[in-house]
Design a protein around this ligand. Structure first.
Ligand code: S3P
Length: 176
């Protein structure tokens, strides 16, 4: 069985693909609880991701992701965990739960972000999206790595949240 009792569901994928939105919709439909790795880090540090990048640099943020990953593995069960776009690189990812890669093209992700009512805010809070040429290169570098780490690959491009959530409930055999 893909999602045994108490196992977490870990959503991975590129920035802006909709990990948080899909996690929240899944939580509403199931008995799972929800957590987000960026939110955990912001609470732990009492500052925004953007400030952590600006003040301490990316390497320091990655260390906080590793610390979060260890805590999730040890202390969290039965939850949907949405992750930052680079979180998939932590050593213990598969020990945290069933890993689901939410897949879309780079263009599909940009379209989704631009159509959002808070588009400017969505872009501003993500330091690695400030340069689109670099962001596209990062996407190309990561796309095969996300696939390699995933137990399940789910195409989310141009699909309704409701359909994506129903697919996840079905594939993961979650209780409604
Ligand atoms: C990052 C993605 C961000 C956040 C940080 C770094 C990345 O999360 O963790 O800015 O390396 O892709 P989202 O994927 O939620 O934007």
């Amino acid at each position: 069985m893909l999602n045994p009792k108490n196992k977490n569901i870990v959503l991975i994928g590129f920035m802006g693909v909709g990990k948080g939105t899909i996690a929240r919709a899944l939580i509403q439909k199931t008995k799972c609880m929800g957590l987000d790795t960026d939110d955990i880090i912001e609470s732990m540090e009492n500052r925004k991701i953007k400030d952590i990048f600006e003040t301490d640099g990316e390497a320091s943020f990655r260390t906080l992701e590793k610390k979060t990953a260890k805590w999730l593995e040890k202390s969290v069960k039965n939850s949907v965990i949405s992750t930052g776009g680079g979180f998939f690189k932590v050593d213990n990812l598969e020990k945290i739960g069933t890993v689901v890669y939410l897949k879309s093209s780079f263009e599909g992700i940009l379209k989704r972000l631009q159509e959002h009512e808070n588009a400017e805010l969505k872009l501003a809070k993500r330091p690695l999206l400030s340069d689109m040429t670099k962001a596209k290169a990062l996407f190309n570098e990561r796309a095969p790595l996300y696939e390699a780490k995933a137990d399940i690959i789910l195409d989310v491009e141009n699909r309704k949240i409701k359909e994506i959530v129903n697919d996840l409930i079905c594939v993961l055999k979650l209780k409604k």
